[in-house]
Ligand binder design. Structure first.
Ligand code: NAD
Ligand code: MG
Length: 390
């Protein structure tokens, strides 16, 4: 029996994780759950999964949650704020941590889980984009285990040999082929991209996800973040990570070997597959995902991404090439820009323009420690906010 803390349990990944866990009560027990503000949903999850601890974002939310739990006769301990998230990520009572908070807000708790030597199921790609080397170092130094939940990276992980040491050369790996659906605007006329609405941008053709990652998929910044994520997870240089547009989202990524073999992982686009595979690794458990019907899919197609259509993808490659704190700056500017777009303050094409301006305005630094990264994150956010209010 393994116990798990789910950070961001009310989100898209959090809910899918609980769905898989509910199918295997003999294997998994929930130690802690967390939500930012959706108190009623969190209370319902507590009633069903009986965690020891539940964490929310504010004292006010904690008060509301306590009242709801008392009314249900539950004894779940309630806490709030970033430190409480680090506590449930590193607590002795949990073996595994699902890091499913969105954005830089998940960084501290993910690092805390690494420093406590936990098995980390990493959905929060932004944590790795911001603090790549530091997070990988913390995982190694404290004997933690990092398993990717992002469907592409989970696929790559499954296609790499067991015991892969983050050296492509040592294992005869030629290239990582990162597939991308291309999102909702793959074929829309580029000249009309600035007119896209929030509703159009969040309507992903293949995946149902949180709002931020849905916009990231529409700009393809999501794929850019994933290129950086793949770099850190698999020790792959930027020029060995190739993005392939594959609109059917059936192949979740591939690994190309020096003998000419290309290994792929396939499945229906449902996050419960990567979640179940990481939860049970190296075992296999049922996930509730419908089996793949290849005859019904009939066709798989592939093409190259177009940087003119998707400038965010190019910006992410630039950040990876530059190194230092530029990826943290890119991420912070993107978070602010996406929120401004969702709030209807800026147009769709302003997202990439804003990120580019912030990246050239903030001097790059060595990513020496978390403090430096957080300073750069703060500076990038402030600069992006200033540009938006102009
Ligand atoms: P979501 O918006 O649906 O859920 C986010 C969760 O984080 C919620 O539980 C929310 O309460 C919590 N949260 C938000 N802001 C917070 C804050 N400031 N402090 C603490 N908690 C906060 O997002 P999602 O789609 O589930 O994505 C979560 C992460 O997983 C993201 O990093 C995303 O890139 C990654 N991911 C998601 C998918 C997917 O299919 N949804 C696929 C791959 C990777
Ligand atoms: Mg992905």
């Amino acid at each position: 029996m393994q116990s798990i803390s789910i950070l961001g349990s009310t989100g898209s990944i959090g809910v899918s994780t609980l769905d898989v866990i509910a199918r295997h009560p003999d294997r998994y027990r929930v130690y802690a759950l967390s939500a930012h503000s959706r108190v009623a949903e969190l209370a319902a999850q507590c009633e069903r999964f009986r965690p020891q601890v539940a964490v929310v974002g504010s004292a006010e939310a904690a008060g509301e949650l306590s009242a709801l739990l008392r009314a249900k006769g539950l004894s779940t301990e309630v806490a709030y704020g970033p430190e409480a998230l680090c506590d449930i990520a590193s607590a002795q009572g949990c073996d595994m941590v699902m890091a499913a908070i969105v954005g830089a807000a998940g960084l501290a708790s993910t690092l805390a889980a690494a420093r406590a030597g936990k098995k980390i199921l990493l959905a929060n790609k932004e944590a790795l984009v911001i603090s790549g080397q530091l997070l990988m170092d913390a995982v190694a130094a404290h004997g933690a285990c990092l398993l990717p939940i992002d469907s592409e990276h989970n696929a790559i992980f499954q296609c790499l040999p067991p015991g892969y040491t983050r050296s492509m050369q040592a294992h005869g790996v030629e290239k990582i082929l990162l597939t991308a659906s291309g999102g909702p605007f793959l074929t829309r006329a580029v000249a009309t991209l600035n007119d896209v609405t929030v509703e159009e941008a969040v309507a992903h053709p293949k995946w149902v996800m949180g709002r931020k990652i849905s916009v990231d998929s529409a700009t393809m910044m999501n794929k850019g973040l994933e290129v950086i994520e793949a770099h850190w997870l698999f020790g792959a240089p930027a020029d060995k990570i190739e993005v392939v547009i594959h609109p059917q989202s059936v192949i979740h990524s591939m690994v190309s070997y020096s003998d000419g073999s290309v290994l792929a992982q396939l499945g229906n686009p449902d996050m419960r597959t990567p979640i179940a595979s990481a939860l049970a690794y190296p075992d296999r458990i049922s996930s509730g995902v419908t089996p793949l019907d290849l005859a019904q899919i009939a066709q798989l197609s592939f093409s190259q991404p177009d940087f003119d259509r998707f400038p965010c993808l190019k910006l992410a490659y630039d950040a990876l090439h530059a190194g230092g704190t530029l990826a943290a700056v890119l991420n912070a500017a993107n978070e602010v820009a996406v929120q401004a777009f969702l709030d209807r303050k800026i147009g769709f094409r302003m997202i990439d323009q804003l990120i580019q301006r912030v990246m050239s305005a903030i001097p790059n630094r060595q990513a020496a420690d978390v403090g430096t990264l957080l300073e750069q994150d703060t500076a990038a956010r402030a600069h992006a906010e200033a540009l938006i209010s102009q």
